[in-house]
Design a protein around this ligand. Structure first.
Ligand SMILES: C[S@@+](CC[C@H](N)C(=O)[O-])C[C@H]1O[C@@H](n2cnc3c(N)ncnc32)[C@H](O)[C@@H]1O
Length: 186
């Protein structure tokens, strides 16, 4: 499968997410996973993805939301009529997402990149795969494997939406979800 690239535009148009405000981040980290989840839920799907909303399928589609966090985007995509599988490796985030977005039909899966072994056994392919603020948690070798897996899961002509962090990743943020003792302790 060939992958066609469409970007949100020039670097100047990059949107600085309110979640990136240093003071908000500090407060959220002090409040642990629940605090981070609140922070992620303070922005809407439409705000976060406003530059690529025209690329979101209009017709009902199978959507894979990888690194779903507290489920903001999974819920919004479900509300748009899509069938959503939300992948989230953190038990805490998954629990919060299931609680906060209980009114939405979302299939929550405990899995993670690069393998996505459980997702690979589900009904597929997906017409849309979203990765928002997740790529920074993967290192070089994992990224290559993740791309191959995503390619397998994406339908022919399907779309992959990736929201990247621009700039360096603070050490603690990279490890935040990888080591349970560090979770919420920064
Ligand atoms: C910064 S949060 C973003 C959450 C959500 N996408 C949002 O925009 O609100 C990053 C999420 O990626 C998840 N994550 C970290 N490493 C992951 C991996 N290897 N595979 C899938 N998700 C991962 C974390 O548990 C966390 O929920």
């Amino acid at each position: 499968m060939s992958i066609k690239r469409e970007t949100a535009g020039s670097r100047k148009r990059y949107w600085k997410c309110p979640v990136e405000s240093d003071e908000m981040k500090r407060r959220a980290l002090r409040a642990g996973t629940e605090g981070l989840a609140n922070l992620y839920e303070q922005v809407t799907f439409d705000e976060v993805h406003r530059q690529v909303l025209h690329l979101i399928p209009v017709e009902p589609a199978r959507v894979l939301e990888i690194g779903a966090g507290a489920g903001r985007d999974a819920a919004a995509l479900s509300a748009r009529g899509h069938t959503v599988v939300a992948v989230e490796p953190s038990d805490e985030f998954r629990g919060i997402g299931q609680r906060v977005h209980a009114g939405h039909r979302i299939q929550w899966v405990n899995d993670k990149l690069p393998e996505l072994g459980t997702v690979a056994r589900l009904n597929r392919p997906f017409q849309l795969i979203m990765l928002t603020a997740v790529w920074m948690f993967l290192h070089g070798g994992e990224r290559d494997r993740a791309v191959s897996r995503i390619q397998e899961l994406l339908s022919e002509g399907g779309r992959l939406g990736v929201v990247l962090r621009i700039g360096p990743v603070p050490y603690l943020r990279r490890r935040l979800y990888l080591s349970p003792p560090l979770e919420g302790s920064a």
